[in-house]
Design a protein around this ligand. Sequence first.
Ligand SMILES: O=C(O)[C@H](CS(=O)(=O)O)OP(=O)(O)O
Length: 236
Amino acid sequence: MQISIHALLGGAHHARGLTVIIDVFRAFSTACYAINAGAARIIPVAELEQAYALKREHPDWLLMGERDAIKQPGFDFGNSPTEVEAVDLSGLTVVHTTSAGTQGLVAAMSAPEVSEVLTGSFVNLGATVEYIRSRAPEAVTFVAMGTAGRERSGEDDLCAMYMKNELQGVPNRFEAIKGYLATIESARKFFDPKADYAPERDFELCTALDRFDFALTAGRDEDGLLTLRAAKPAPA
Ligand SMILES: O=C(O)[C@H](CS(=O)(=O)O)OP(=O)(O)O
C-alpha cells in the first residue's frame, strides 16, 4: 500500500486511490456526531447557496455548517458537535457545508485518480483505519484540509500522520497529541469565552479518540447527490 499525505484544497484535487479527507476541527467530527444521533443521510455541499436551494426543495431537511466558523442564517446547527451530540436526528437528512471539510470532499469526488472517498477525524479513526485495511487499496491519500482549506493546521496534519502510522504499525501517543492540540492556533476559538459558536466542549468532543465504530464513506445516491453514510469495517 503506497501512502501519501497531501494538504489543503489543492491536495484534494490531486489525490490518488482511496482518499481520506481529514477535518478534525470540526467538520468530520461533527458529521460523526450527527450520524450517531441518528441522521439517515448527510449531504456535504461546497456552496452555501446549494445548501439553501436544497432546503427550499426539501423543507424537512436540516442545515448544518458554518462560514468563518459561524452558524449561518436559517441553519439548524452550526458546525459544532456540541449542538448535535444530544439531539434526535433519527431518519433525518442533514445538509452540511463548511469552509474546509465539505469543500475537500467535493473536490476529491471529481479528482480523476481517486477511487473512493472517506472522511477522517480522531473520533472514528480506528474504524477508518480498519475500513482502509479491509479494502486493501494499492494507493491511499490522506488530505489534511487545514483552516478554510488554505492554511495548514496541526490537528489535521497530526491526524493524517497518526493514520499513516497505524497502517504501518508505528506506535502513536494520543495523550501527548491531545495536549499539544489544546495549544495550537486553530484550537484557540474553543478556549475563547467570546467565541460562543465554538464551545470548549467542541474541543473535548473532537478529540475523543475512537468514540465511534464506523467509517464515513462518500458516494452518490440515486438522486445524484453526494452522500455520507456510516460503514462498519467487515470483521477480519
Ligand atoms: O467550523 C470550523 O471549525 C471550521 C472553520 S475554518 O475552516 O477554520 O474556517 O470549518 P471546517 O470546514 O470544519 O474546518
